[in-house]
Design a protein around this ligand. Structure first.
Ligand code: NAD
Length: 281
């Protein structure tokens, strides 16, 4: 069994982004800029945004955070996004999810200029991803693809079971895998017999938010298991969606939680933002 080390790969991606930022500054006088819109006071969202701002600073980005109360109106959020769409110093716009209940998330995401949609959640970018055209791709699934590349894991013809079918994780993940010529099965909460699908798979990619969902008897000997889930337990510890203790010995490769997919998400956000900044040239 080999652990896939997301932390060191994320550091490698960040170092590459920092080099690209230096080049952009030196040769084109461009400083990549990221705007984060954070609404309400959900502690997890605040923690994520803080981590993102720190990462931006580390690689030399210009970054701003619009911190708004959860009583803010949808129109005010839209006005802020439009301001960022028109701000030439801003290359990437990220709206931290989840949004308060009175706000229509789909509508908000549609307002972001697709060229600045570094989270890859806009329907324009999702459509381009499905049709295998160059696009901004959601950071978490993109980070998983980077892991496969780094560890020379060939996807062509492989049976891959994606567990979880959200717009931000499962669906873009499945599209990326299909574009890489894998045979993809997408499973979700209404799947009748999850085990029947996972136990056949060469590769399982799970992102649902249920601790320990993937158990030993659901995984084939030698399978590759990628755990996107992040679940905070009562004792404060973080666990994934895989029963790591019992599953890991069966796997050829597995990602730990923490230290697996998590760090890759921020690294790919930086990578997407530098890509957006290059769009200025
Ligand atoms: P979501 O709630 O939007 O979607 C969950 C998906 O899982 C749905 O498609 C649902 O049908 C499916 N699901 C739920 N219970 C299931 C079950 N028992 N069996 C099979 N399928 C089931 O969640 P999300 O935003 O996609 O996030 C999923 C998980 O990934 C969460 O734990 C989240 O914290 C984590 N996540 C991690 C990162 C990262 O950086 N590593 C990024 C985003 C999300």
């Amino acid at each position: 069994m080999q652990l896939i080390d997301g932390k060191s790969l994320a550091n490698k991606v960040q170092a590459s982004v920092a080099t690209q930022v230096e080049e952009l500054k030196r040769e084109k006088n461009i400083v990549p800029g990221l705007a984060v819109i954070l609404i309400g006071d959900d502690p997890a969202s605040h923690a994520y945004v803080k981590m993102k701002a720190k990462a931006c600073e580390k690689v030399g980005f210009y970054s701003i955070t619009h911190n708004m109360p959860d009583t803010i109106s949808q129109d005010e959020i839209i006005a802020t996004i439009e301001m960022m769409n028109n701000n030439p110093r801003i290359d990437g716009i990220l709206v931290q999810l989840p949004l308060p209940k009175h706000v229509d998330t789909d509508k908000i995401l549609e307002v972001i200029d697709p060229k600045k949609d570094v989270d890859g959640f806009h329907a324009y970018n999702m459509g381009r991803l499905v049709t295998n055209l160059d696009s901004f791709v959601a950071c978490t699934p993109l980070g998983v693809m980077k892991m496969f590349e780094e560890y020379n894991i060939d996807l062509e013809g492989k049976d891959v079971c994606v567990v979880g079918a959200s717009n931000i994780v499962g669906k873009p993940m499945a599209s990326l895998l299909l574009n890489a010529n894998a045979t993809v099965t997408i499973t979700h909460i209404f799947t009748k017999d999850l085990k029947a699908h996972t136990s056949q798979a060469d590769i399982i990619v799970v992102g649902v938010g249920v601790p320990g969902l993937i158990k030993e008897d659901m995984v084939k000997e030698g399978a590759i298991v990628i755990d996107i889930g992040i679940n905070r337990m009562e004792d404060g510890s973080l666990v994934g969606d895989v029963d790591f203790k019992n599953v890991s010995s069966k796997c050829s490769y597995i990602t730990p939680v923490p230290g697996g997919v998590g760090p890759m998400t921020i690294a790919m956000l930086l990578s997407n933002t530098v890509k957006a900044a290059k769009g200025r040239i």
